[in-house]
Design a protein. Structure first.
Length: 310
């Protein structure tokens, strides 16, 4: 039965949102396994020349660790390569949406919130839920996510906002769109506790930064579909200080604006680890706000260091 289908995931954890619009907001996380991009160009001397790449994850002995949390944070290539490289699949969890949902609630329990409620009994503030990856809008993940959210609705324990941290290349399934836009004649089927927003955190990957070719990584027509479904979201680009990266950014933003994607833009200094981020952070930040863009750091790295599961 479909409800018994199991899905691979790499992490379930309890932290804050460290980037962009909701930085600092308490958030529960589900990180899916699998992605359609690899982003091996991050941190490389020349992201556009794969012959010069150094890829520490490729040389790492995946069988030397038993938990995702014990993996290092690599300075080059995708900072979450363990979420799509098959060599790490043995470290992944696999469970039904209901089981995953209960694990998320368990992760939210503590002395001050013994029931793991999104609406915290002390602060009376509602925590957020974030689906990330990997790529959380691959078709299988869309299905799993709405089943998890429906479980929260049925349990009358719902987040204040739901974020999908996506690369913006995946078309939305009809089932996903229907769940978020239930027609008026079906409103009786909608539990009134489902009053949370849908937020798209879009991180399109630039050729001059991530080494992903534009025809694969930049899909304004698809992102326009996200904007049609929800007015809440942002575009978040990772950049360094090279002029060619900013030239590409200008071109790409024009493509998104031409498709009606009017989400605000955040610029985040390149670097998976604190030491790489701080090397150029001030320079990149100034280049961003001189152009009128928002700036995002990685607050979770500042608070918890170079650690997975934060």
């Amino acid at each position: 039965m479909m409800k018994d289908k199991k899905y691979y995931y790499s992490e379930i954890f309890n932290s804050i949102q460290g980037e962009g619009t909701y930085a600092g907001v308490h958030t529960l996380w589900l990180r899916y396994f699998l992605c359609n991009l690899q982003c091996d160009g991050f941190g490389q001397i020349d992201p556009t020349n794969s012959e010069t790449y150094e890829l520490p994850y490729a040389d790492f002995d995946a069988m030397s660790v038993n938990r995702v949390e014990d993996l290092p944070v690599w300075s080059k290539g995708c900072d979450s390569s363990y979420t799509w490289s098959k060599k790490f699949k043995h470290l992944m969890g696999q469970a039904t949406p209901q089981t995953i949902a209960t694990k998320i609630i368990e992760a939210n329990k503590n002395l001050h919130n013994p029931s793991g409620l999104f609406l915290h009994p002390v602060s009376n503030q509602r925590s957020h839920m974030c689906f990330t990856g990997g790529e959380p809008l691959m078709p299988h993940a869309q299905k799993c996510s709405i089943d998890i959210l429906q479980y929260f609705v049925n349990s009358k324990n719902t987040p204040g906002s739901v974020t999908f941290e996506t690369n913006g290349t995946q078309k939305l399934t009809e089932e996903f769109k229907y769940w978020w836009k239930i027609p008026n004649d079906d409103l009786e089927q909608l539990d009134k506790t489902r009053n949370f927003e849908l937020f798209f955190s879009l991180s399109p990957k630039l050729w001059t930064v991530a080494g992903e070719k534009r025809e694969k990584a930049i899909q304004p027509e698809i992102v326009a579909e996200y904007r049609e479904l929800s007015s809440r979201g942002h575009l978040k680009f990772v950049l360094g200080s090279e002029q060619r990266q900013w030239d590409e950014l200008d071109e790409v933003i024009k493509l998104f604006r031409a498709e009606g994607v009017d989400y605000p833009v955040f610029i985040m200094p390149v670097g998976a680890r604190e030491e790489e981020q701080t090397a150029t952070a001030g320079e990149v930040a100034k280049m961003a706000f001189d152009r009128g863009y928002n700036v995002s750091g990685r607050m979770h790295v500042y608070l918890f260091g170079n650690a997975i599961g934060t």
